[in-house]
Design a protein around this ligand. Structure first.
Ligand code: DC
Length: 224
């Protein structure tokens, strides 16, 4: 009789949703509460976009962007409980949230070669730790088999106001339309995901609601 393969030692909690839905805050607080690593997959798409713009490559030129991917080293890691991203040893830091990146990241994220490369790196985190990963396709494409999936949403006015409060210039409606309509891994509510609308939640009540969903999905949550 062949022995059962040992179960995967690590698991992923998938948090997906549109821009400014509150998923980053939720993912960070869940990771803190559950003692997991929080992985911001959007930062990876933003870092590639940063490098494309640095190199003066036209974001619409998918061939040139794919060529760039072959020349650069993408370093994914973590600092404490938060994921980090560097390209050729440089962490772009706050530049990742700038207007130019907000305006071009959806075009870069729609390029299949970019997604292929980043999805491998995203899955790589599980070799080292259990994670809460936030993004657009985490429950549908990156970790479709995880039982722990939440789709975070909020009214469009609430989301726009949140971006404004952060002092960011970001046409979220345009970005959401591009992220939802693209062919490669569009933003969808993944099979098995529970929708959490944060429009009328405080941060604390949103975290409590998310913990309740994860409990219902079978996650053993230590009270505290
Ligand atoms: O979460 P964010 O706003 O930082 O993400 C930036 C962009 O990256 C978003 O407009 C779409 C893309 N993205 C994606 O396509 N897939 C992911 N898993 C995460 C982000």
């Amino acid at each position: 009789m062949t022995p059962n393969p040992s179960p995967a030692p690590h698991f992923a909690i998938a948090i997906d949703g549109p821009a400014a839905s509150g998923k980053s805050t939720l993912a960070r607080l869940l990771a803190m509460r559950l003692g997991l690593i929080m992985v911001n997959s959007g930062a990876m798409y933003r870092a590639i976009t940063w490098k494309v713009l640095q190199e003066n490559i036209d974001p619409q030129d998918a061939g040139a962007v794919a060529g760039l991917l072959d020349r650069i080293a993408i370093q994914c890691g973590c600092d404490g409980m938060m994921s980090t991203i560097a390209i050729d040893g440089i962490d772009p830091g706050d530049e990742l949230r700038g207007e130019a990146i907000n305006g071009n990241v959806s075009v870069i994220a729609a390029i299949p070669a970019v997604r292929e490369k980043l999805i491998d790196l995203q899955r790589g985190y599980l070799a080292h730790a259990s994670i809460v990963m936030e993004g657009r396709d985490i429950g549908s494409v990156v970790f479709p088999d995880t039982p722990y999936k939440i789709y975070v949403d909020a009214d469009e006015e609430v989301r726009a106001a949140r971006r404004g409060d952060e002092g960011q210039i970001d046409s979220i409606a345009q970005r959401d339309a591009a992220d939802s309509k693209r062919t490669a891994a569009p933003l969808v509510v993944a099979a098995g995901a529970v929708i959490l609308d944060t429009s009328h939640h405080t941060i604390e009540s949103g975290v409590a609601a998310a913990l309740e969903i994860l409990k219902q999905q079978g996650l053993a949550i230590i009270a505290g």
